[in-house]
Design a protein around this ligand. Structure first.
Ligand SMILES: [Zn+2]
Ligand SMILES: [Zn+2]
Length: 383
């Protein structure tokens, strides 16, 4: 039993063209193969709606249907959408899935839908991870990285043909790489579908005598070592992309990319803050009180740091352009040396007595008020 076309689209008998079109699009959207892949019920529903839309969107067939029902359409040869695949049907009405371009040309009764010319498939992208020391990440390093992927077959240099033989023109598409299928829709004209040739996959040529090494594919799987130059200044969690260093493309396709994700090991001495490096310089309370010379093992050579007598905890010495090179742009960040004053945790009886004597000899004048410790620490980190 065929359902009434107005019921199928859920519109009233006096619906105008806009409402009919809208109703059909609603069914199409609900049944889109991307939403409901390979759902036979949906496919049947869509074909029913497409037929209803074809009849009701044409003034002549609609008035024949209104007056005589299905009998009125006998002479008009309603298209049999059953012969089309679900995706083809979407191409007929929506041209590759966009709901805004109905490709039917009422003027000449020709419908067209192109699946688009597919470029040769690109090689696969390869994701790898590498762990660097802080120093390597700051100054950059070249790391040999093992990559397993498809590579171009050396025997045939990627052609897929046995050495000494060539590729022949594809007998199916005669070298165009494209197929053109014309289906008759009876009185409704023709549906023309262009697609990539499935024999040569759009290349226009085929291999008759395949290379034995790669069995005609032009590629083999292999492990190779790629020297990846990791840029100075790269940070933990960043990914460096080496264009074209991924898998080889099939049939003349471009190679994929190599994507190297960087992890940076925590460093004993330094913390990275953007392009700045922060170093904690430990001095004893005696050294802080008397003054001292200390060494900072900066990544590009030691720095001699002179601490005046009476230096305070949290004081910061800034060494311009001794930090991390800017990954994009010029220059380097700063090295900030933060003074940390260590207080003895255990005292012998004798040490305690000496310190008590010292305390008796000192007063407020020895301890001038100072900038707040927290303000100094805050100043270390960029706002
Ligand atoms: Zn072909
Ligand atoms: Zn080969």
């Amino acid at each position: 039993m065929k359902r009434d076309y107005y019921d199928v689209l859920g519109v009233s008998r006096d619906a105008d063209q806009g409402e009919i079109k809208k109703a059909f699009r609603r069914v199409a959207r609900e049944c889109h193969p991307d939403v409901n892949p390979e759902d036979p019920a949906c496919e049947a529903q869509f074909k029913e709606a497409a037929e209803a839309y074809e009849v009701l969107s044409d003034a002549d067939t609609r008035s024949a249907y209104d007056r005589y029902g299905f009998d009125g359409l006998r002479g008009s040869q309603v298209p049999d959408f059953g012969q089309f695949g679900f995706n083809d049907l979407f191409n007929i009405f929506f041209g590759g899935g966009t709901f805004d371009s109905v490709l039917r040309d009422a003027g000449n009764g020709m419908w067209g839908a192109a699946t688009g010319s597919a470029p040769p498939p690109r090689g696969e992208d390869i994701d790898l991870a590498v762990t660097l020391t802080l120093s390597e990440s700051v100054f950059g390093v070249t790391k040999p990285i093992e990559v397993t992927s498809e590579v171009t077959c050396e025997t045939c240099a990627g052609s897929g043909a046995r050495p000494g033989t060539g590729r022949d023109t594809c007998p199916q598409c005669h070298g165009s790489g494209r197929m053109r299928e014309v289906s008759s829709l009876g009185g409704f004209g023709q549906f023309i579908r262009t697609s990539t040739c499935n024999l040569c996959r759009g290349q226009g040529t085929i291999v008759n005598d395949p290379c034995e090494t790669c069995r005609g594919t032009g590629r083999v799987r292999a492990t190779r070592t790629v020297d990846v130059e990791l840029l100075a200044g790269i940070a933990d969690g960043q990914t460096q992309i080496v264009r074209g260093a991924g898998g080889a493309g099939a049939q003349g396709g471009r190679p994929g990319d190599l994507r190297v994700r960087v992890a940076v090991e925590p460093d004993e001495h330094f913390v990275r803050d953007g392009d700045d490096l922060i170093y904690r310089l430990d001095v004893t309370m005696i050294e802080a009180a008397l003054g001292t010379v200390a060494y900072v093992p900066a990544l590009d050579g030691d720095i001699e740091v002179t601490l005046r007598a009476g230096i305070q905890p949290g004081e910061v010495k800034v060494y311009r352009s001794r930090g991390v090179p800017a990954l994009q742009g010029y220059g380097r960040g700063d090295l900030k040396v933060v003074v940390n004053v260590q207080v003895p945790r255990h005292l012998s009886t004798e040490q305690r007595e000496v310190l008590e004597q010292f305390a008796a000899l000192t007063g407020e004048a020895n301890y001038e008020p100072d900038q707040s410790f927290l303000d100094k620490v805050r100043a270390v980190f960029r706002q």
